[in-house]
Design a protein around this ligand. Structure first.
Ligand code: HAM
Length: 421
């Protein structure tokens, strides 16, 4: 019987066996990040609300509709992080990491929170892998971040991930483009909310998925055609570096991300089998974010990869991740003296790096053997009173059913050898 409580609506949780897959994909990412020289950080799950208002942007859906904001006991306004970038930059500045050499290359992972309407692949508590490189303008870093995510997806066995790429320009070229776009949008037949959006955040309108709006946008001016020379050169360099390492992308001049801090390179990873929630990861440059949150000029780039959606993508492509076995040897003690022997054996095996478990001493042979089968172990070690008198244990190969007597003194060594360590 379950309790009278359930997890809050829309929360994504993992229990075995899916939780093992979650851990495996995180570990695979940790390795990619290490290989590229990114250090791990573990940061606050909640922050001063103003950080997100100023960082993510007052007019974004995330800030206006989706934040979990509350007053703490000291009367401060606190928000559960809806994303990681603002908090990572806050921490880099707070701990002075930017004074120890640039770029600062860090990654982190954990839950993020957005009060969205829950559906498959969209949750109120979800999990991201977040990676950021702070303090470099170099397009090489942009390509590096993309390559890290790409290698990770490929390494997991995903074959259908698509990379969509765009440039959102900079402080020099975007204002003039924004004005042009507004002029174009003001001439369209749009509902009131969208007209309001034209005035506050016109680029977001380009991203409107409704057919009646989309149809009117075919001739909209695009940022790609209005980039300044520096932004164009930057974007061309990113693309040529991606080509060098064999990463295919699609230029997506209408790609606009949901957070306001983006400049220049912006990208999304999309999975065609995930329907409405096809965005499995996204990122880009945020060259003005540091100043927006009161820091020094410090350009940055990074990405957030959705772990929940990555697991759904793996399932959709039928990829089974190899998860390490939780039990290789299962001990079955029959009686109390045997329990001491088996308990010691299990401890020795675990010290030697072999996953081992055991049944309670009071269990019948039949029910303990059932547990052994269920454990997934390759071998069961059965020790009864008679075995102890004989100075041996029964080692049963659970796949073949073959059973042999092994002297107690050789037991650990025999099992280590059989398991191949
Ligand atoms: P984002 O695109 O808002 O970017 O989120 C990144 C990824 O998190 C999405 O592509 C998606 O896979 C996943 N995600 C977002 N919301 C949900 C949700 N409600 N349920 C499940 N998965 C979700 C950012 O968060 C930026 N901070 C990324 C970044 C880092 N840009 C620069 N550095």
């Amino acid at each position: 019987m379950s309790s009278s409580f359930q997890a809050p609506k829309g929360v994504s949780e993992y229990v075995p066996p899916q939780a093992e897959a979650l851990l495996a994909v995180r570990q695979a990412f940790a390795e990619q990040a290490r290989l590229a020289g990114y250090g791990y950080v573990e940061l606050a799950v909640f922050e001063d609300t103003q950080l997100f208002k100023r960082g993510v942007g007052e007019s974004t859906d995330v800030v206006t509709k989706e934040m979990y904001t509350f007053e703490d006991r000291g009367g401060r306004s606190i928000t559960l992080r809806p994303e990681f970038t603002a908090g990572v930059l806050r921490a880099v500045l707070e701990y002075g990491l930017h004074k120890q050499g640039l770029p600062v290359k860090v990654w982190t992972t954990g839950p993020a929170f957005r009060a969205e309407r829950p559906q498959k692949g969209r949750y109120r508590q979800f999990y991201q892998l977040d990676l950021e490189a702070i303090g470099s303008q170099d397009p090489q870093i942009d390509a590096e971040t993309i390559a890290i995510a790409w290698n990770w997806y490929q390494g997991l066995g995903l074959r259908q991930v698509r990379l969509l790429l765009n440039s959102l320009g900079c402080r020099e070229c975007r204002p003039a483009y924004r004005t042009r776009l507004q002029e174009f949008l003001r001439g369209l037949d749009l509902d009131e909310a969208t007209r309001a959006r034209v005035e506050i955040n016109p680029l977001r309108v380009l991203d409107d998925k409704r057919p009646e709006v989309k149809a009117q946008l075919t001739d909209a001016p695009l940022m790609a055609d209005h980039l300044c020379a520096a932004c164009k050169a930057h974007h061309d360099k990113v693309r040529s570096l991606l080509a060098d390492v064999g990463i295919a992308w699609t230029d997506e001049p209408r790609l606009v991300r949901g957070l306001d801090y983006y400049t220049r390179t912006t990208y999304e990873f999309e999975h065609p089998l995930l329907g409405a929630q096809s965005g499995i990861g996204g990122g880009g440059r945020y060259d003005g974010l540091s100043e927006d949150i009161g820091g020094p000029p410090l350009p940055g780039i990074g990405f957030g990869l959705g772990l929940d959606r990555t697991l759904l993508a793996l399932e959709a492509e039928g990829v089974q991740l190899p998860v390490p076995s939780r039990c290789q040897v299962f001990g079955v003690p029959l009686g109390e003296t045997a329990e001491h022997k088996v308990f010691t054996l299990v401890a020795e095996l675990r010290r030697a790096g072999i996953a081992a478990d055991m049944a309670p001493a009071g269990k019948s042979l039949k029910s303990a053997m059932k547990s052994a089968d269920r454990s997934g172990a390759a071998y069961a070690v059965i020790i009864g009173e008679r075995d102890i008198t004989a100075g041996s244990a029964q080692v049963k190969d659970l796949a073949t059913g073959e059973q042999i007597a092994v002297p107690l003194t050789d037991l650990t060594a025999t099992l280590l050898e059989r398991i191949g360590r």
